[in-house]
Design a protein around this ligand. Structure first.
Ligand SMILES: CCCCC/C=C\C/C=C\CC/C=C/CC(=O)SCCNC(=O)CCNC(=O)[C@H](O)C(C)(C)COP(=O)(O)OP(=O)(O)OC[C@H]1O[C@@H](n2cnc3c(N)ncnc32)[C@H](O)[C@@H]1OP(=O)(O)O
Length: 260
């Protein structure tokens, strides 16, 4: 029984809706990553499901990215376990045989943006409070190569380089302009727009679409698969550095002080 992930049958045949519900901000904690992997595995094995709409249960925050508390003040074994779970979620999402449509109904930074970039199509609610992007450099950390590759595959090299170096969080109209999302719609139309796009994608025969998706994505997937352990060790080495720990603690404190 999953607490942090809700899976519902969609209003259309063959469509499931997967909702994030990990208050307060839908951060990707280790538990949430594990629940997501289990939910996705069940959906992947369900032949009746051809497409999945991915969204947040409560509008406002789609996903706050990786859980910073999993990357601060822990031991190397914990960092390794956590990073392996992050890799596993990305691999499941990026290689999914189903049509994945992200209905982005809130803030979508860093790991949240990455999750949406693994989808086949992104629709974002037109709310100026919502932003999307890989903002790692703003935290003093680096987006790993497979985060970078996923962005490059979506927006191209130049736009990705600029967005990654600056750690830009794009509001909806800019996100559309740069190609990080495919469509921006009024907030109240988000779910219907996502379902309408899903219907277009499901009109294509599954086998042809799935083989094409694999052809497009396999080179990127293979890069991580062939160096998973080395990538874990890079992460553990980097995240354990005192300077990185200090930068993350400062960022977390800033988030906490924002309220006061
Ligand atoms: C060359 C070699 C290369 C090798 C490379 C290898 C490895 C690379 C190393 C590292 C890569 C690691 C990658 C990380 C990717 C990430 O995802 S990092 C996380 C990025 N996320 C963010 O920046 C989002 C931060 N949060 C916000 O901006 C806001 O919280 C929000 C989501 C917009 C919501 O705002 P709102 O005002 O509603 O809420 P609050 O800000 O008040 O937050 C409430 C509460 O939640 C806590 N919180 C927020 N975000 C997180 C988070 N991501 N993790 C954990 N906790 C979070 C916040 O602190 C508040 O807590 P409280 O005060 O205790 O209530």
């Amino acid at each position: 029984m999953s607490h942090r992930v809700l899976v519902e049958a969609g209003p259309a045949a063959g469509v499931a809706v997967l909702k994030f519900r990990n208050p307060p901000v839908n951060a990707l904690s280790l538990e949430m990553l594990m629940e997501l992997v289990i939910s996705l595995e069940k959906l992947e094995n369900d032949k009746a499901v051809r497409g999945i709409v991915i969204t947040a249960e409560n509008p406002g925050i789609f996903l706050a990215g990786l859980d910073l508390t999993e990357m601060c003040g822990r031991n190397p074994a914990h960092y390794a376990k956590y990073w392996e779970a992050v890799q596993e979620l990305w691999l499941r999402l990026y290689q999914s045989s189903k049509v994945l449509v992200a209905a982005i109904n809130g803030a979508c930074p860093a790991g949240g943006c990455l999750a949406s970039l693994t989808c086949d199509y992104r629709v974002m609610a037109d709310n100026p409070k919502y932003t999307i992007g890989l903002n790692e450099t703003q935290l003093g950390i680096i987006a790993p190569f497979w985060f970078k590759d996923t962005l490059v595959n979506t927006v191209g090299h130049r736009a990705a380089e600029q967005a990654l170096q600056l750690g830009t969080l794009f509001p909806p109209a800019k996100a559309l302009q740069v190609g990080i999302v495919d469509q921006v719609v009024p907030e109240e139309q988000l779910q219907s727009a996502a379902l309408s796009v899903m219907a277009q994608w499901l009109a294509i025969p599954d086998h042809a679409r799935q083989l094409t998706k694999t052809m497009m994505r396999k080179p990127t997937v293979d890069q991580l698969v062939k160096q998973r352990e080395a990538d874990i060790q890079s992460f553990v080495g980097l995240i354990s550095q005192d300077s990185i720990q200090r930068a993350l603690q400062t960022y977390l404190q800033k988030l906490r002080q924002k309220k006061g």
